[in-house]
Design a protein around this ligand. Structure first.
Ligand code: UDP
Ligand code: MG
Length: 317
């Protein structure tokens, strides 16, 4: 796996003019240090992906590139959202790099962990997940919702690395694996574990955004969470099936109960038939919906056309 250790940092940026100069400065220090010590190749780069920013972000990126070869820029034709911007960056640099680390422009992810990630890569890991050791800098609300989200994902059977966002290292072949996932609804932290290959985690403390504002307001956060669940799990559909089954079972119990009451002559005429029909038909309808949903879920997963396997090694004489 040992190539020349060319490292590319990929950083999606959306309206980040307040943070870019400082981010560039800090990353330049970090990269120079790593190049000097021989940890990574001098051909390593820092790549900013401008996700259709409306401010001076692209001008700043172009300026950095003009001044210093270390910095590269990719400009998307319009705003496509964090996940798509990240994927655009990864796929654009894939053939030039031996390993790629993705991080946010606001440097909330501790860049001193980059050394550890590279070390782990050299220990033959294809994917190194940056995992937050605590959530001290988060508000109670963010902590609560984020942790709830990881738990729900787990309960729905989605394999996801706990407390890992999009700060991670991927080797070239892991990126080639990622390329085979052709889905449009992109939830990278759910897809990456599906690629396989040896992987590990490194812990870091997440800081606060040092300038500018979060581009993930509550509304976007909720839709992101919803995206994550519905892109990876058809369990919500199964819930309908179970519900239908439960209600239909209740209707049978009711049927027996009402018949007994009816035979004892304690009811108003017509009541029994109506109540039983309501329960039985309600249950049957839900059951039917669930069955249809089950097939839709299958179609949904088929249309994703995910790779069925990724070969890691082929021993052949
Ligand atoms: N981002 C992006 N496109 C968007 C929204 C955000 O590329 O449409 C980038 C943003 O510039 C930053 C990263 O995604 O580098 C994470 O965003 P942010 O720091 O605002 O999110 P938070 O840390 O608050 O969750
Ligand atoms: Mg941030």
């Amino acid at each position: 796996m040992m190539g020349q250790n060319i490292l590319y940092l990929v950083i999606p940026c959306y309206n980040e003019q307040e943070v870019l100069p400082e981010t560039a400065k800090r990353l330049k220090e970090k990269m120079s240090e790593m190049i000097r010590s021989g940890a990574v190749s001098p051909d390593s780069r820092v790549v900013f992906v401008d996700d259709g920013s409306k401010d001076k972000t692209w001008e700043l990126i172009a300026g950095l590139h003009a001044q210093d070869d270390l910095f590269s820029g990719i400009k998307l034709s319009r705003n496509k959202g964090h996940q798509n911007a990240l994927l655009a960056g990864l796929m654009t640099v894939k053939d030039k790099a031996d390993m790629v680390i993705s991080m946010d422009a606001d440097l909330q992810d501790d860049i001193n962990v980059v050394d550890q990630m590279v070390e782990k890569y050299k220990e033959e890991n294809d994917i190194v997940y940056g995992v937050r050791s605590s959530r001290q800098t988060d508000t109670f609300f963010k902590k609560f919702t984020a942790q709830g989200f990881y738990k729900v994902m787990k309960a729905l059977g989605v394999e996801i690395v706990y407390n890992h966002a999009d700060y991670r290292l991927m080797s070239k072949r892991a990126l080639e694996g990622l390329e085979q996932f052709s889905e449009v609804n992109l939830f990278l932290r759910g897809i990456v574990p599906l690629i396989g290959y040896p992987s590990c985690t490194v812990e870091y403390e997440r800081g606060e955004r040092f300038a500018g504002e979060s581009k993930y307001p509550l509304k976007k956060m909720l839709s992101f969470a919803c995206e994550g669940i519905t892109s990876f799990s058809v369990k919500p559909i199964r819930l309908i099936t179970s519900l239908g089954f439960i209600i239909f079972s209740i209707s049978i119990i009711m049927l027996i109960y009402f018949l007994v009451v009816y035979l004892m002559g304690k009811t108003v005429a017509g009541w029994t038939t109506i109540v039983i029909s309501v329960w039985a038909i309600g249950g049957l309808q839900l059951l039917a919906l669930g069955v249809i949903g089950e097939y839709i879920g299958k179609i949904y997963m088929e249309t994703k056309a995910r790779p069925k396997f990724i070969v890691q090694e082929f021993l052949n004489k």
